[in-house]
Design a protein around this ligand. Structure first.
Ligand SMILES: Cc1cc2nc3c(=O)[nH]c(=O)nc-3n(C[C@H](O)[C@H](O)[C@H](O)COP(=O)(O)O)c2cc1C
Length: 466
């Protein structure tokens, strides 16, 4: 006898208060994916499998959001383990307020906040609406807030109560009651903080091993009752086991779920994603923050999007107006990037913005560089639409947010039932990642007792889990 370790269950890998508080069996969240890629079917499947999922509301119109919330409330009646993403709209605070109002009115039980660099009125309304005390004087929160951050200072912001003056102004405007305002200053904005390391889509690109311990240390000092979860790069059981070993209360996956049956994106893109290796990703300019030079992580293999979008950004930084770009270069852009004459691109751009934000067009009239940015953003925006719809004629332009986790996942599932796209349900992906993480954790414990294992012991094969 060298040593013994007791049985280990995926249910116990994370923080037990996470599963108790959120009424789930597993410490696992399938991450929000914009444009409804994490759609209603996706969230319903996860909630029914006793895990947590957030609807990907970013980029959707208010009517589509309302429709989705109605369906989720009906399909998941009586279940509290689902939520919706509220993404920061720095250029359109009214849209942010409108989304927040819909989520509060729709009695969405959980809201995940993302891309916030500061506390906004919309965040405070979500945090404070419905706060009350129970007969024992404890504060009851009808909406659980999750904040996604990639830096300790931002985590600290959400671990604190909202700024008193912001609360006061919402009370004065009648958007919060006196009681809600009073209670809001006594609780942290969020009690679950997701640390997002290098990931698909918008990312600060920090390694999980550096940033998660830093946020955990800060949270333990500031507010030991809150839970800190891990996201970014989790594509196989070893990565999930490592996140829990670092101290994550729960894990969040994103990229791997885009390949799931339930992900609301074309089958053509799922085939491309299924061929990715860990190095088949690249950084590309982000459509929403193109002018600022912000980047998103995308799939590189099988699509030219990253290279073409980078070319557009380079031209944007080197010129003050479209008219400054040499005729031969313009022609090659029309042929190789836009697939349309630039005049036609501008016509479609005008139609798009005149509906959504006519102020952008006004600005473009007097600012030719802004006009160039809007023209180039036509390509970035459409590249997502072509991928969502599976427009085969524009396959070389698909913009697919994707992190290295896709490659890790593809390597791991090769030769197993999860290699078949039709079997890749979001719940089987989740259950296998967790089961594998539990097995690997146990193997590691035994290894520290001096037990030697053959290499196969480290290779958990996916299996159908009920
Ligand atoms: C296609 C796609 C869309 C995403 N959209 C959003 C979003 O709208 N809001 C958000 O907070 N995170 C979004 N994310 C990030 C995920 O929720 C998750 O935090 C991240 O993907 C985890 O890292 P991973 O990609 O390495 O798994 C998106 C990720 C992907 C791959």
């Amino acid at each position: 006898m060298v040593g013994t370790v007791p049985a280990m269950y995926p249910e116990w890998l994370g923080d037990r208060t996470f599963t108790e508080t959120h009424n789930v069996r597993f410490p696992y969240i399938a991450g929000e994916m914009a444009n409804g890629i994490a759609g209603v079917d996706f969230v319903v499947a996860m909630a029914r499998a006793e895990m947590l999922a957030f609807f990907g509301a970013a980029g959707l119109s208010l009517p589509r959001l309302e429709h989705a919330v109605d369906r989720l409330r009906t399909d998941l009646a009586g279940r509290p383990n689902w939520g919706v993403n509220l993404i920061h709209h720095p250029a359109d605070p009214e849209m942010e307020n409108q989304v927040a109002a819909r989520l509060i009115r729709g009695r969405v039980p959980k809201i995940s906040l993302s891309a916030f660099m500061d506390v906004t009125p919309a965040v405070v309304r979500c945090a404070a609406s419905g706060l009350r005390t129970d007969p024992a004087g404890r504060i009851v929160r009808p909406i659980a807030l999750f904040a996604k951050v990639s830096r300790p200072d931002l985590a600290e912001l959400f671990l604190s109560p909202p700024p008193a003056e912001l609360v006061r102004s919402l009370v004065e405007r009648g958007e919060l009651t006196e009681d809600e305002g009073r209670l809001a200053t006594r609780v942290p904005i969020a009690e679950d903080i997701t640390v997002e390391a290098d990931s698909g889509g918008h990312t600060d690109g920090r390694p999980l091993v550096a940033v998660l311990p830093a946020v955990l240390a800060m949270a333990r000092k500031r507010n030991p009752g809150v839970r800190v979860g891990a996201a970014g790069g989790l594509g196989d059981p070893a990565a999930v086991a490592a996140a829990f070993a670092l101290g994550a209360a729960y894990v969040v996956t994103g990229t791997v779920n885009q390949m799931s049956v339930e992900a609301d994106i074309s089958d053509e893109t799922k085939v491309l994603l299924a061929q990715a290796g860990v190095a088949d990703v690249a950084m590309a300019p982000a459509a929403d923050m193109f002018e600022l030079g912000a980047k998103v992580q995308v799939l590189r293999r099988g699509t030219m999007f990253a290279a073409k979008a980078a070319r557009l950004h380079r031209l944007y930084t080197e010129h003050s107006a479209l008219e400054e770009i040499a005729a031969a270069v313009r022609e090659s852009l029309e042929r190789e990037v836009f697939g349309l004459p630039l005049d036609e691109v501008w016509k479609q751009t005008e139609e798009y913005w005149s509906d959504r934000a006519p102020a952008e067009l006004l600005r473009a009239q007097s600012d030719p560089k802004h006009r160039m940015a809007l023209t180039f953003r036509w390509y970035l925006g459409n590249a997502t639409t072509w991928a969502l719809r599976g427009d085969i004629g524009r396959k070389a332009d698909f913009q697919l947010w994707c992190g290295p986790a896709a490659g890790a996942f593809n390597d791991w599932v090769e030769g197993s039932f999860l290699a078949d796209p039709r079997q890749r349900t979001v719940t089987q992906i989740a259950r296998n990642l967790l089961q594998g993480a539990a097995v690997l954790t146990r193997v590691h414990h035994l290894r520290t007792c001096g037990v030697r294992f053959p290499v196969e012991a480290y290779n958990f094969r996916p299996r159908r889990l009920a």
